[in-house]
Write a protein that binds this ligand. Structure first.
Ligand SMILES: O=C(O)c1ccccc1NCC(=O)[C@H](O)[C@H](O)COP(=O)(O)O
Length: 206
């Protein structure tokens, strides 16, 4: 599982203790979850036990490279209109997660194929006015028939009430990991850790 939009180091450590695989950090200045100035880069770099993902929206090569080095990011999530050529030019020591923002009726393979070589994983989020963290879902059924030769994250508005639907979707889909965010917040960037713990247990059927 990935929990995105973290802004407090203590909560990131709590996620690690819960066994969450990935923590996401928003490096998009227009987001209310913009992490710069909220977590000290060296402190995050030193924190072990969870993979750190930097989320960028149409950032420059220099910004991404500097941020990966400063915060010790293991992966970069490209949430904007980044092209395969742009990804090739990055040349960084971090996995690339390319985001596709969907309504649900798109030709998924047509969107993902150009990124087959450049991305380590895909993430499917909801197409909305804002780039991410909208709390809105898209129609997952388009993903049921998509043939994707790559690990992918399911994202977009996933919340505590979705456990039953998720269990049925995950039963016959090769979803690599779920990505959750605003539906588990008390305020933008502040997570309700109790809710996250309950959600993890609920998915495991505990
Ligand atoms: O969370 C943000 O504020 C954000 C802003 C701009 C680009 C991406 C952003 N979030 C990235 C994520 O991976 C979210 O988890 C994803 O959009 C789903 O969020 P939600 O619908 O709130 O579950």
């Amino acid at each position: 599982m990935k929990v995105c939009g973290m802004t407090q180091l203590q909560q990131v450590a709590q996620l690690a203790a819960l066994g969450v695989d990935y923590a996401g950090f928003i490096f998009y200045p227009a987001s209310p979850r913009y992490v710069a100035g909220k977590i000290e880069p060296a402190a995050l770099k030193a924190l072990a036990g969870i993979k750190k993902v930097g989320v960028f929206v149409n950032a420059t090569v220099e910004t991404i490279r500097e941020t990966v080095a400063a915060y010790g990011l293991e992966a970069v999530q490209l949430h904007g209109e980044e092209t395969p050529e742009f990804i090739r030019s990055l040349n960084i020591n971090a996995k690339i997660i390319k985001v596709f923002r969907l309504k649900g009726d798109e030709d998924i393979a047509g969107l993902t194929d150009p990124f087959e070589k450049e991305a380590a994983a895909f993430l499917f989020d909801t197409k909305a006015k804002e780039y991410g963290g909208t709390g809105q879902k898209f129609d997952w059924s388009a993903l049921r028939s998509a043939v994707l030769g790559k690990s992918w994250f399911l994202s977009g508005g996933i919340g505590p009430k979705d456990i039953t639907d998720l269990k049925s979707f995950l039963a016959d889909q090769e979803v690599y990991a779920l990505d959750v965010n605003s539906r588990f917040e008390t305020a933008p960037g502040i997570k309700d850790m109790g809710l996250i713990e309950k959600f993890i247990k609920g998915l495991k059927g505990e």
